[in-house]
Write a protein that binds this ligand. Structure first.
Ligand code: TRP
Ligand code: SF4
Length: 334
């Protein structure tokens, strides 16, 4: 029997290279060995986008196409829409008795996100909604309603997984050993820096290359990338290790060309403009098969809907089965 793995993505924007190198490549590898549930977390996305339902809806399809484009195989992975599985919402309510409000306020991930969303939740989080405060509870339901054993998430999500494990332990203590405590799957890659050198890559920061970016957009972004500030003229010697162009070369450039980039940069025989042009070229080549695959789905939106329907139906059946056991344990299986 394959182990069950579950992860989710908030449909709030397209995938960028950070998602691909930080997570997507791992998903594609893991789909071979696990029973893989991939949730498009539209309900969770609404917790901080409740005023923008069109944005969330649009991105459900965008993100699904991105996932298929990077090589997620819908025959191996159950891609499903969170809101189509009402068992998740139901279980969230049951779990809400097992979590204190103060514990949620202390959750580092929640705290951090609230402090980044002052416009929505106020300067000191005084306008935080019940829904946003409770999203870790809903995320625990996401995982456990499918009996998720492994969860591949970044370190920023660890407090949410810990919260889930606490809920599971409490549930099992009170109602009997029904739920599985999920474990983190450690990522073998680390977070990708932005083109500006920022530790985080993101849409709002304007420092990300999206999988759907066209050649002109990629060219503009790379031309504006941060290089070694000491290098002004072509024959200035520079340090590639503090240059974001080199950082991206390392991701997409073949070994021998990469060595040349490094040597010539250090020797002062390479100009940054030339270096950036080569990177643009390599990025376009790297993204070509992804874009080609994406195009097939863009041209056939019904196929995307079918894939989501199939994944959702499969997920729904598993959720139903597990829900029955959960309700029996809670004595609400009338
Ligand atoms: N909170 C996750 C994020 O923002 C998305 C998510 C939703 C998730 N449900 C999940 C991750 C379940 C892991 C497991 O990236
Ligand atoms: Fe960066 Fe290339 Fe310029 Fe060196 S030559 S500083 S690696 S852009």
């Amino acid at each position: 029997m394959k182990k069950t793995i579950l992860t989710g993505l908030r449909p709030t924007g397209n995938l960028h290279l950070g998602h691909l190198f930080g997570a997507g490549i791992n998903y594609v590898k893991m789909q071979e060995d696990y029973d893989f549930f991939l949730e498009i977390a539209d309900v969770q996305a609404l917790t901080d986008n409740f005023e923008n339902p069109e944005k969330v809806r649009y991105n459900v399809y965008e993100i699904t196409k991105d996932l298929l484009a990077i090589g997620i195989d819908p025959k191996k992975v159950h891609i499903f829409i969170q809101s189509k599985i009402p068992e998740i919402a139901e279980l969230t309510i049951f779990y809400s008795n097992l979590v204190t409000v103060s514990r949620l306020f202390r959750n580092p991930t929640v705290k951090n996100e609230v402090s980044q969303k002052k416009e929505l939740f106020g300067n000191d989080g005084e306008s935080i909604t019940y829904g946003f405060l409770g999203y870790p509870v809903s995320q625990a339901a996401d995982i456990t309603v499918f009996n998720g054993e492994y969860v591949p998430v970044g370190d920023d999500q660890l407090p949410l997984l810990e919260q889930c494990r606490e809920i599971v332990r409490k549930f099992n203590n009170i109602y009997g050993e029904v739920l599985t405590e999920p474990q983190q799957v450690l990522s073998t890659t680390s977070r990708l820096k932005g083109l500006d050198g920022n530790e985080k890559m993101g849409k709002s920061l304007g420092n990300a290359i999206f999988l759907v970016d066209d050649e002109e957009t990629i060219s503009k972004k790379v031309m504006a990338a941060v290089t070694d500030p000491q290098k002004i003229k072509k024959d200035d010697k520079a340090n590639p290790n503090i240059c974001m162009v080199y950082y991206y070369h390392k991701l997409v450039t073949k070994e021998d060309q990469l060595k040349t980039v490094c040597q010539e940069c250090k020797n002062g025989t390479r100009g940054c403009v030339q270096c950036k042009k080569e990177l643009i070229n390599n990025l376009n080549q790297f993204l070509k098969p992804i874009k080609d695959r994406r195009k097939q789905y863009e041209e056939n939106p019904n196929l995307v809907k079918e894939i989501l329907n199939e994944g959702t139906n499969y997920a729904k059946n598993i959720a139903k089965e597990n829900m029955q056991k959960i309700k029996e344990a809670m004595k609400i299986d009338y």
